[in-house]
Ligand binder design. Structure first.
Ligand code: UDP
Ligand code: MG
Length: 314
């Protein structure tokens, strides 16, 4: 008997695309079942991340008419990462494997079959990796790829061009559940869990309808979260920056003393005000950066729930 699979789809204000996603993913699952790649008990779980449009009503309709679908409604918008987390933790224990995929199906559902095969060949995690981003705008591609490179430079164990399209075995979900952090950066955590992994490659498609739910501000805060939850390298940079400033200040001191001894009177305040501004500026950067990490510690220490479920539909 083949393994059971749950496909988890986070949805936030996706009314424009949900109907098309529904039929595509439904066909995809039916296809997997008919080829006996997954068991008949395999399902799809739609997670409504506090949508403000008709998304939840549509999800309810889908679950009523098709028993292959279940759903979770979160009490408010918690963000993409928490929506995935809720989908995984709320269903953990009921399936052999789990796939997470975005509602816009920009990630190719054709490779789901390859993921399932890699899993039955023993891989506990199968990463979906984009090898073609030509459908993304130059800006999106540039920022996204720089992000992966920067993360790798800082020692965050991300997989280049892999987002949150992946298959996880139940054991990975069990281990993932032990990571209690509030500042979630799932694609950084999964590779640290270990076990045998595999990659499948696909070309990222264009969003068919609706707009991105990741505007620049959310993208930046996500990237920042990824860096600060995994790496203390920026603090080290601050230290080096501080050391550099200190050496610079020594240089300036020498210059001032020599000028004084040479009998040159320094008249202008420029030479006083400029370094002052410069040093107080860099001090503020340093304090701000440390504050960022303290803020993270504060959030983690409160250990508030990472999501709250309002409703389930089985
Ligand atoms: N999403 C979510 N909560 C949010 C933002 C996004 O659940 O606060 C979902 C969204 O519905 C989609 C996925 O996360 O299924 C990825 O979002 P999107 O496609 O807009 O991001 P992009 O592909 O543009 O990076
Ligand atoms: Mg998308």
């Amino acid at each position: 008997m083949p393994d059971s699979l749950l496909i988890i789809i986070p949805c936030y204000n996706e009314e424009e695309i949900l109907e098309s996603t529904y039929s595509q993913i439904n066909n995809c699952l039916a296809d997997l079942k008919s080829k006996e790649l997954v068991s008949a008990s395999s399902k799809i779980c739609l997670v409504d991340d506090g949508s403000k449009d008709k998304t939840w009503e549509m999800i309810e309709g889908i679950c009523r008419k098709n028993e292959n679908f279940s759903s979770i409604k979160l009490s408010r918008n918690y963000g993409h990462q928490s929506a995935i987390l809720a989908g995984l933790l709320e269903n953990s224990g009921s399936y052999d494997s789990y796939i997470t995929i975005d509602a816009d199906l920009q990630d190719d559902i054709e490779v789901i079959a390859d993921m399932v095969k890699a899993h039955s060949n023993g891989a506990k995690v199968v990463y979906g990796v984009r090898n073609d981003r030509s459908s993304d705008s130059f800006f999106k591609r540039f920022t996204a790829e720089s992000f992966y490179k920067l993360m790798q430079k800082m020692g965050v164990p991300v997989i280049f061009n892999h987002a949150d399209f992946r298959l996880m075995d139940q054991i990975i979900v069990d281990k993932f559940a032990e990571y209690k952090e509030v500042n979630l950066f799932i694609r950084g955590i999964i590779p640290t869990i270990g076990f045998k992994s595999e990659k499948v490659y696909y070309a990222r498609k264009e969003r068919e309808a609706g707009e991105t739910k990741y505007p620049l501000s959310k993208m930046l805060s996500f990237a920042w979260n990824g860096i600060t939850s995994f790496s203390t390298t920026p603090m080290r940079w601050v230290l080096w920056f501080g050391i550099f400033n200190f050496l610079l200040a020594l240089g300036i001191t020498a210059y001032v003393i020599i000028s004084r001894l040479a009998g040159q009177t320094i008249l202008g305040w420029t030479s006083i005000v400029l370094p002052m501004a410069y040093f107080s500026g860099s001090n503020m950067i340093a304090i701000g950066l440390i504050g960022e990490y303290i803020g993270k510690i504060y959030e983690e220490i409160k250990a508030r729930p990472r999501y709250i479920v309002e409703k389930h539909m089985k």
